[in-house]
Design a protein around this ligand. Structure first.
Ligand SMILES: NC(=O)c1ccc[n+]([C@@H]2O[C@H](COP(=O)([O-])OP(=O)(O)OC[C@H]3O[C@@H](n4cnc5c(N)ncnc54)[C@H](OP(=O)(O)O)[C@@H]3O)[C@@H](O)[C@H]2O)c1
Length: 215
C-alpha cells in the first residue's frame, strides 16, 4: 500500500517508520521539501521488510491511497482544504490532538465535535476519514513498542473498508489496531490524547508511555 504522509515532523517520522517496517511505501510531503527528503532518506535507511520511502514536493500530486495528515490542528484542517481536490477516492487519516497550545488544558474543537469530524466536513463528499494514532506518542511509534508491549492504535470512522485499510497498515507495522466505532468516538480519543499528555509530567514517563487495553 502507498501512504502519503503530510508533515515530516515527529509523527511523520513515527508513522513513516511503522509504514516502511510493514513493507509498505511512504510518500513524505512537507512545507519544507528538504525536511521531506531528509525523512525519506532516514526511513529508507531504517527500512526492512520491503518497505520504502520517497519525498514529494508540497502542493504537487499525492500518490497515496491513504493520506495521513501528520500536522497540528487547526493546521490539519487548512492542509486538508489545500489538498481537497486530490482527496477523492483516498482514505484520509487524522491523527491530531486539537489542544489549546497556549494552556494545554482544553481542546479547541466544539464540545459536540472533534478534529476528525471537522476534517470530515472539509473533505470531498464520500471521502472516508479515519481517526488513528492520536494516542501513540511519536517516539513509541519509532520504537514500535512501549515498555516491551505492543502498541494499541485506536481507530474511529464511519467507513468499515477505510478502517480495515488503516488497520492493515497498523498491523503490518507490528501494532494492534483497535476499532472503537464511528467517527464521533474521536471526541473521546482526542480527550484521551490530552489526558495522556497531562500525565507525562506527574508520572515522569517522558512521552515513552502508551495507552493500551489489556486483559
Ligand atoms: N508528537 C506526538 O507524540 C504526537 C502524538 C499523537 C498525536 N500527535 C499529533 O500529531 C500531529 C503532528 O505532531 P508532530 O509532533 O509530529 O508535529 P511537528 O513535529 O511540528 O510536525 C508537523 C510537520 O508538519 C509540517 N506541516 C504543517 N502544515 C503543513 C502543510 N500544510 N503541508 C505540509 N507540511 C506541513 C510542519 O511544518 P512547519 O514546521 O513548517 O510548520 C512540520 O514539519 C499534531 O496534530 C499532534 O497533535 C502528536
Amino acid at each position: 500500500m502507498r501512504v502519503t504522509i503530510i508533515g515530516a515532523g515527529n509523527m511523520g517520522r513515527g508513522i513513516g517508520t511503522r509504514v516502511v517496517a510493514g513493507g509498505n511505501e511512504a510518500e513524505i510531503v512537507d512545507r519544507d521539501p528538504d525536511e521531506a527528503r531528509k525523512l525519506a532518506d532516514e526511513l529508507n535507511g531504517a527500512a526492512h521488510g520491503g518497505g520504502s520511502a520517497t519525498a514529494a514536493e508540497p502542493g504537487g500530486s499525492l500518490g497515496g491511497d491513504v493520506v495521513v495528515f501528520a500536522t497540528w490542528y487547526p493546521g490539519s484542517l487548512e492542509a486538508v482544504k489545500q489538498y481537497a481536490d486530490q482527496l477523492g477516492g483516498k482514505v484520509v487519516v487524522d491523527i491530531s490532538n486539537p489542544v489549546d497550545t497556549s494552556t494545554f488544558e482544553e481542546l479547541v474543537t466544539p464540545r459536540d465535535s472533534s478534529a476528525a469530524e471537522e476534517i470530515a466536513k472539509a473533505v470531498p463528499e464520500g471521502t472516508p476519514v479515519v481517526k488513528a494514532f492520536n494516542t501513540t506518542f511519536a517516539g513509541t511509534l519509532v520504537a514500535g513498542e512501549a515498555a516491551g508491549q505492543q502498541l494499541d492504535v485506536f481507530l474511529a470512522g464511519e467507513d468499515d473498508d477505510a478502517k480495515r485499510k488503516v488497520a492493515e497498515l497498523v498491523e503490518a507495522g507490528g501494532a494492534r489496531p483497535v476499532d472503537v466505532g464511528p467517527l464521533r468516538r474521536a471526541r473521546q480519543l482526542e480527550e484521551l490524547g490530552l489526558l495522556h499528555m497531562k500525565v507525562q509530567d506527574p508520572l515522569g514517563s517522558g512521552f515513552k508511555s502508551a495507552v493500551k487495553i489489556h486483559w
